[in-house]
Design a protein around this ligand. Sequence first.
Ligand SMILES: *[C@@H]1O[C@H](CO)[C@@H](O)[C@H](O)[C@H]1NC(C)=O
Length: 574
Amino acid sequence: MRPSLASLLLGVALLIFSASAERRIGAQALNTANGDEPRRGSRKQLLEWEPVSTADGGPGDTFVPQGGEGSWESGGDTGIIMIHACVMSKGDVVGWSARNMGLQEYGSAVYNATTRSYKQLLDECGVHDCKNSFCGAQTTTAKSEVLIFGGHADHINWFRSYDHGTGGLWSTQMTSGRWYPGVATLPDGKVIVVGGVADSGKAGYHVEDDRSVDNPSYEVYDPIARKFTGDNWEMSEQLAAAFPIHTYPHVLLTPDGGLAVSAGKLMVKYARTGPTTFAKTYDYPSRPGAPWSYPQTGVGALLPMLPPYDQLFFLAAGGTSQDRAKVGTPASDAAEIIELTEGPEASWTSVGPMPYPRVMGDALVLCDGTIGIFGGAQEGLAGWSKVARNVDYGDGTSWYCEEKCSKAEVEVFEPTIFDPATGQWSEKGTLATMLRPRLYHSVAVLLPDCTVMMAGSDVTNDKTAEIFSPPYLNKGPQPVIVEAPTVVTAGTEVTVPYMSPDPVQRAILIRNAAVTHSMAFDARALWLEVVSNTGCELSVAIPGNRNVLPPGMYMLVILSDKDVPSPAQIVSIP
Ligand SMILES: *[C@@H]1O[C@H](CO)[C@@H](O)[C@H](O)[C@H]1NC(C)=O
């Protein structure tokens, strides 16, 4: 049963009181935290979503972004085709590609968005440790390490741990091979790797008669002991049922410490039954429409959570409009939200159609808690086509692709922003268009200055980055965090001195990006309880529940009353 709004508000009020017994609470802080009046981001509005009918194909509910259309600028060269990317503790981006896609045989680079320049990372083996990690999955730790699970061809069963502080690299073999697995950090810092296939390239309908390539198991990695558990099979019923459209499953940590796993169109809730074991508790309803895992690739994103962090909503958007998609199949403009914390009665609520149909986009939480969806195409699917084609970059240059060309066409150059507080999408034609197509094997990450970097796209041979300044950077002066700790303990209060011409009211934590193939591993964001806000010092409560705040690096952002975000301070939460 859903708690009433009144009891939620009482809970929030008590939380504020207990966390700040010694402090005088400003009226502004109370207003911010208790949502007396409906406002952007309030729980009240979240509960008032109305399903929007997509039956007539009419436009969804839209808004015109305040602050203009934003802008895209070239980010210069990245040295590699950036297929995998992670934002590290100082805001630099570690990226890597397949073999022979820039910078020596195994390409890895570190990109600095401030200087718009890159450096080769490590020697010719890069973060791969000479075991090709192309098409694996990754996450980062609170210590600014990158953990990479699986990969390609003869290195499909390898794991690598790269320490960005020391440059240290360590690798070992997993129990089985995983190409396109899902990954999630658990509340205690262990990491689960789920599914994938045991032979590279063997996902999609061309292998539906060959189940020998499937790997419907999961394994848990302990980064302290540096050990894997061995394969477990408690998720195999779901994964096998979703085969062959089940790769890169979304693995979502829920506030009870369990997992919601989405593969194909099937979504299942699992309980954590021991340090390294899980058991199915129930099925969620299937996402309507076609299976939306690779290569019919849609995007998924958890909406930012609100105190007391007992509700978790997941947005699933786009993909292809038909099952068995092929070149030319229209992409889907459907988008639905499911409340993962609602139990077996949870249902998908349509919040579409989106202004553009989109296959193979990238979704991320922006600094104001809205969701930006970038790149991708309006037709086709993910993967390589052998049909040669010419690529126009839109800047007067072009490239002729002879093999490993795009199976997706009619690129989407305009991003779309979804506002979780209202269920609305940015109206078509209201946001600036990207400079170049970003298709299969491209990435999008939020940078600490609240811009977005897009890079990669191997089907267009793209070794460049481009940077999007969202309209929120043009709505008023940006607040500035004067000082914030770089390491924060969960369950404590953090006081942030700031400078801002406009009143500062809210704060959000957004997990640093770890992305590839339209997947954003461990992505989550949390609006913070404002404990006090006086004299240009904002005190916020960092949640103690590790099920909602698993160990990792997070961007701390404060926002003015005009919803203009500050540049982020990246905090490690061990
Ligand atoms: C990126 O470049 C800027 C400007 O030179 C520098 O201040 C910053 O430290 C660099 N970032 C990293 C992570 O090296």
